[in-house]
Write a protein that binds this ligand. Structure first.
Ligand SMILES: Cc1ncc(COP(=O)(O)O)c(C=O)c1O
Length: 391
């Protein structure tokens, strides 16, 4: 990227041909050609340059999806970015591109629950074994490596418990044993962390979250290095995973302000975390406490923090925690995050999934907050009024 991240997102992909600042939505199932020879010419170009945006069928994309893929490829500093209809589609594409029957994979224990179900349950049906490791004890990862291990799948920070891991160490372990690596970077996005540059083979972002930023579109991206490009390209073609041009347009539009929104999410989240850290019964699962392992690991690899955080609340009465969450007026209740608005959820067993290394005492509860772009004073006031219900 020749310009800074911020400037690049404002100036890229202007369409002087159509005289529109944003590139238009090109919808096509049939990609039309003037002559039969032109079809062959296009196919030859696609063969020579498979990332060049040469399509002969609508499932492969149109100029609208190609532009989004190119923008993401720049900010990821990757070899290519594949677009998927959802973020979870990108998780599926990453895993199914590289694992085959008989292989084993190792996944960070605090992983997004659908990823857990996919790896722990569904992969079994293909004779692929999954092991989980403790994100704060990489010996538990090393112990599970065998000559069948094909992939280490990291989610950072971990879902629900927000554990930050030593990514460099994980990469060292993987490289030594020639194991492929993938990371779910939805929390940080390449604005705060560039996994391909760091050494990961694949990097997933749910575009549904901060890329689109407005809680009204779904999409996913899988950035890859050159080493895995061919395998992912093949799998992408045979699975038919495709992002529609209308969704691609909205995500491209959202990206224009990704940096501005993330800066503000971070600023607001910091103020909220400073306020909440005064309560002895609340432990913040957010990188703010300088002497913690999580903070050190965040600082080592990230240039900033997004707006999603966890609270570990000590309360004898579970209903009092639910009342605290339910009494918030400015926080909506819903699963998908990364939009402009604040959200809250009580993280019950259903959200936590079948975690092996999460130790919660009977009187400890997890609450997830997404800190939106509202005035932080209002958010803090809202939280202050509801905290009194905790018992
Ligand atoms: C960390 C993480 N990865 C992947 C996904 C899946 O993204 P999508 O909802 O776009 O399928 C989510 C969704 O919540 C998520 O939180």
């Amino acid at each position: 990227m020749s310009k800074s991240f911020k400037t690049f997102l404002k100036h890229t992909a202007k369409d002087y041909h159509n005289q529109s600042v944003n590139p238009p939505v090109v919808r096509a199932s049939t990609i039309i050609f003037k002559t039969l020879q032109d079809i062959r010419k296009m196919q030859d170009k696609a063969k020579k340059n498979p990332t060049g945006g040469y399509f002969d069928y609508g499932r492969q994309g149109t100029s609208t999806t190609h532009i989004l893929s190119k923008i993401l490829n720049e900010i990821e500093e990757s070899y290519h970015v594949f677009l998927t209809p959802t973020g979870f589609g990108a998780v599926f594409l990453a895993i199914f591109s590289v694992v085959r029957p008989g292989d084993e994979i190792i996944v960070s224990d605090p992983t997004y629950n659908p990823t857990r179900v996919l790896t722990e349950d569904f992969l079994k049906e293909f004779n692929i074994k999954t092991y989980f490791y403790n994100p704060h004890d990489l010996k538990t990862l090393e112990k599970k490596i065998t000559n069948k291990t094909k992939l280490i799948f990291v989610e950072n920070p971990g879902s629900n418990s927000f554990d930050f891991q030593d990514l460099g160490k994980i990469l060292l372990i993987a490289k030594k044993k020639k194991i492929l690596t993938a990371i779910d970077n939805t929390w940080g996005t390449p604005y705060f962390l560039k996994p391909i540059k760091l050494g990961f083979d694949m990097s997933i972002v749910s575009a549904t979250k901060y890329y689109s930023g407005h809680s009204d579109v779904m999409g996913g991206s899988l950035a890859v290095n050159k080493k895995v490009f061919k395998e992912v390209d093949k799998t992408n073609k045979v699975t038919g995973l495709r992002l529609g041009p209308d969704d691609a347009y909205l995500i491209t539009r959202g990206l224009r302000t990704l940096d501005v929104r993330l800066d503000k999410h971070e600023k607001n989240a910091k103020q909220v975390s400073e306020f909440l850290s005064k309560y002895k019964n609340i432990k913040l699962l957010y990188p703010h406490k300088k002497d913690s392992f999580n903070f050190r690991m965040w600082k080592k690899y990230y240039s900033g923090a997004s707006g999603l955080m966890g609270l570990k609340i000590k309360a004898k009465n579970k209903n009092s925690v639910i009342k605290f969450v339910n009494s918030l007026k400015l926080f909506g209740y819903g699963y998908s995050w990364g939009g402009f608005e604040s959200l809250a959820l009580y993280q019950d067993k259903r959200e936590q999934g079948n975690r092996k290394f999460l130790k919660l005492n009977k009187d400890e509860h997890l609450v997830r907050l997404h800190i939106g772009l509202e005035d932080p004073k209002d958010l803090i006031n809202d939280l202050r009024k509801s905290i009194k219900y905790l018992k």
